[in-house]
Design a protein around this ligand. Structure first.
Ligand code: NAD
Ligand code: TYD
Length: 366
């Protein structure tokens, strides 16, 4: 076995942050298998071009022969599995791709990893890990007063995305219990930070505000998410990979519960401050309430005490410092945004937003 790790979906938002941090920390070579869907962008990893510690493989996790070949050729000490269809709104419009990648793709990886693991002996076998990166959305929704999701919270996925991730988590669990695959699962809350595709709340609001476009808040905007800075997520994954117990689940959260409206308001204030010459100030005037997402989960919140107590992980960023860094990154990387939002992304905007009516004053902000 080598010091290599095999990462899937490393050209996406969290994967690319993880790979950049991993290589910067000198933790060993990375092989990145990514299909480069609309969400994958090799530009995220452009600084690694020519770096002997980084190998990019353009391919699909559903391609069993390719996955088997990569495991045999690179003999990784771990598989870190990010690749997924990840956007709830897209899963509502077209669930097929979610079932294919998130369920079939995870199954393909598990089957190949099991056969690779079965061929390992001694220390190599002791060391091998399969880290499955999942979401808190598998737990469903919380009422305002309910305690945060913990590792024993029953699964109750509500969107096609969440259902497909829940299915993949169950497959991983079954491969641990039935075949003894040394896998660990993490379920994390909403991430934010550099390289997030502007279909998700925070980068969408930043890029719309900079262009003076409306800021489409779904429903009443009082849904709560628990925001985690992507660099803190990457550090949690490193700790879980090194010291997490086989067959265990670890919840990862930033301890930052905010309503969507609070997030958008804070973003508008940051943009007012950081772009004083903008003709769209105050950016808050761009907020518009639009038709809600069907089946919209009301609240997510993570109890990360297991990860903190058992593995000593702590989030380093507060929501204020993380959000400021994020806005500054998007301001400094307008060319990246322009690049990823050209072409097919425009069709998605029409599909998702043209059908939503703008709600009359008071209708959304109930
Ligand atoms: P993303 O959509 O930004 O990136 C997904 C990456 O996977 C892209 O590079 C894409 O090209 C690649 N990919 C998609 N289908 C593939 C396939 N069939 N084969 C190979 N590569 C494929 O996603 P993200 O936000 O970086 O999320 C990464 C993981 O973390 C996902 O598993 C997601 O469910 C989970 N997660 C994300 C969040 C979040 O807030 N973003 C929160 C909790 C969990
Ligand atoms: P999103 O970033 O899509 O993540 P998730 O659905 O996985 O939580 O959305 C975060 C929250 O923001 C969610 O409650 C939906 C809401 N939202 C809007 O109000 N307007 C938008 O245009 C988008 C994309 C999301």
């Amino acid at each position: 076995m080598t010091e290599n790790i095999l990462v899937t979906g490393g050209a996406g938002f969290i994967g690319s942050n993880f790979v950049l941090d991993w290589i910067a920390a000198g933790l060993g070579p990375v092989v990145n298998l990514d299909a480069l869907t609309y969400a994958g962008n090799p530009e995220n990893l452009a600084t690694l071009e020519g770096d002997p510690a980084y190998t990019f493989v353009h391919g699909n996790i559903c391609d069993a022969a390719l996955v088997e070949r990569l495991l045999a050729e690179y003999r990784p000490r771990a598989v870190v599995h990010f690749a997924a269809e990840s956007h709830v709104d897209r899963s509502i419009v077209g669930p097929e791709a979610f079932l294919k990648t998130n369920i079939d793709g995870t199954f393909t990886l598990l089957r190949a990893a099991r056969s690779y693991y079965d061929g390992l002996v001694g220390e190599e076998r002791e060391r091998f890990r399969f880290l499955h990166v999942s979401t808190d959305e598998v737990y469903g929704t919380l009422t305002p007063e309910a305690p945060a999701f913990h590792e024993e919270t029953p699964y109750a996925p509500n969107s096609p995305y969440a259902a497909s991730k829940a299915a993949s988590d169950h497959l991983v669990r079954a491969w641990v219990h039935t075949y003894g695959l040394p896998a660990v699962v993490t379920n994390c809350s909403n991430n934010y930070g550099p390289y997030q595709f502007p279909e998700k709340l925070i980068p969408l609001m930043i890029s719309n505000a900079l262009e003076g476009k409306g800021l489409p808040v779904y429903g009443d905007g009082k849904q709560v998410r628990d925001w985690l800075y992507v660099g803190d997520h990457a550090s949690a994954l490193r700790v879980v990979l090194e010291r997490g117990r086989i067959g265990e689940t670890y919840n990862v959260g930033g301890g930052n519960q905010r309503t969507n409206l609070e997030v958008v308001t804070t973003l508008c204030e940051l943009l007012d401050e950081l772009v004083p010459q903008s003709k769209f100030r105050p950016h808050q005037q761009l907020v518009k309430y639009v038709t809600d997402r069907p089946g919209h989960d009301r609240r997510y919140a993570i109890d990360a005490r297991k990860l903190e107590g058992e593995l000593g992980w702590r989030a380093q960023e507060s929501f204020e410092t993380g959000l400021r860094k994020t806005v500054e990154w998007y301001l400094a990387n307008a060319a990246w945004v322009a690049d990823v939002t050209s072409g097919a992304y425009q069709q998605w905007l029409t599909k998702n937003y043209a059908a939503r009516t703008t709600l009359a004053a008071g209708e959304g902000a109930r």
